[in-house]
Design a protein around this ligand. Structure first.
Ligand SMILES: CC(C)NC(=O)[C@H](Cc1c[nH]c2ccccc12)NC(=O)[C@H](CCCC/N=C(/NCCC(=O)O)S[C@H]1O[C@H](COP(=O)(O)OP(=O)(O)OC[C@H]2O[C@@H](n3cnc4c(N)ncnc43)[C@H](O)[C@@H]2O)[C@@H](O)[C@H]1O)NC(=O)OCc1ccccc1
Length: 228
């Protein structure tokens, strides 16, 4: 096996589960009987902006009640120590990666601590509740929305992600069910360009068969073991 220099790590809700944040497809999924698809689409935002804004206000507020766990901390240590290329691509909208100290990180599905102007496209840090019709400081339009990539919307930084996958020697997927695209297709892309592929997950995922190796167990055990 060729030397590992360039690593891409993909993370999902399972990474933050042991910090106390609900996953999407675990028991009692995220939202008061709402399917995520019902509150996480442009149509839902158009139909019932108050519901969608309240959904993300509640998740933003919950961030103050949780802490990064040993899996987040291990990835931050790897980020600080790894001399080669490393890119942590998270599907998570929580801020636990960066609170653990991760730097080489991108949120492909947006972030709770950010707001997006639907009129001019400006993204800006945001704390606290975000009522519908909040004004954009860049263009003045009353068009701020949660800075979240909804279903049917293009994820952020796909060019950077695809370039990193094409150069990767190792692709590692942690705490994701492999149910949502384009993230679920990254393992195939990385393998196509010759990367070794490793999955760390509590249970087999929809994409496990694409990985050369799958280790099953809680992220707080598997990730520090893998990093050390
Ligand atoms: C449902 C699915 C079939 N639908 C899609 O994939 C759609 C449509 C689609 C596109 N291409 C396709 C191809 C085929 C089929 C469908 C599609 N994709 C999209 O709409 C995407 C955008 C999707 C992004 C939606 N936003 C999210 N999040 C933000 C919101 C929010 O967070 O509220 S997705 C959201 O759901 C996904 C949930 O998955 P996971 O994170 O994996 O969580 P889950 O609960 O499912 O699983 C947890 C896992 O962890 C494990 N686990 C649990 N505890 C632990 C533990 N303790 N330790 C370790 N592991 C653990 C469990 O075993 C489990 O496996 C994440 O991506 C998450 O971000 N956009 C797009 O395609 O745009 C088009 C386009 C293209 C070009 C140009 C313009 C437009």
């Amino acid at each position: 096996m060729h030397a590992i220099r360039n690593i891409v790590v993909l993370t999902g809700a399972g990474l933050s589960a042991e910090s106390g944040l609900a996953t999407f497809r675990g028991p009692g999924g995220l939202w008061e009987g709402h399917r995520v698809e019902d509150v996480c689409t442009p149509e839902a935002l158009a139909q019932d902006p108050a519901l969608v804004h309240r959904f993300y206000d509640a998740r933003r507020e919950a961030l103050d009640t949780v802490e990064p766990n040993p899996a987040h901390q291990a990835l931050a240590r790897l980020d600080a120590a790894w001399a080669g290329e490393l890119l942590i691509v998270t599907q998570n909208v929580d801020d636990l990666h960066e609170r653990a100290g991760a730097q080489r990180l991108l949120h492909m599905h947006g972030a709770l601590r950010s707001a997006l102007c639907a009129a001019c496209g400006t993204r800006m840090p945001h704390e606290g509740a975000l009522p519908p019709g909040s004004g954009c400081s860049a263009c003045g339009a009353a068009a701020l929305r949660p800075d979240i990539v909804f279903f049917g919307e293009m994820p952020y930084d796909m060019d950077r992600i695809e370039a990193a996958l094409a150069d990767a020697d190792l692709f590692v997927s942690i705490g994701t069910s492999g149910a949502v695209y384009p993230a679920a297709g990254f393992v195939q892309m990385a393998a196509h360009f010759g990367a070794a592929t490793l999955e760390l997950n509590l249970e087999p995922s929809a994409g496990s068969h694409w990985f050369e190796e799958s280790r099953l167990g809680p992220a707080t055990r598997l990730v520090p073991e893998w990093v050390e």
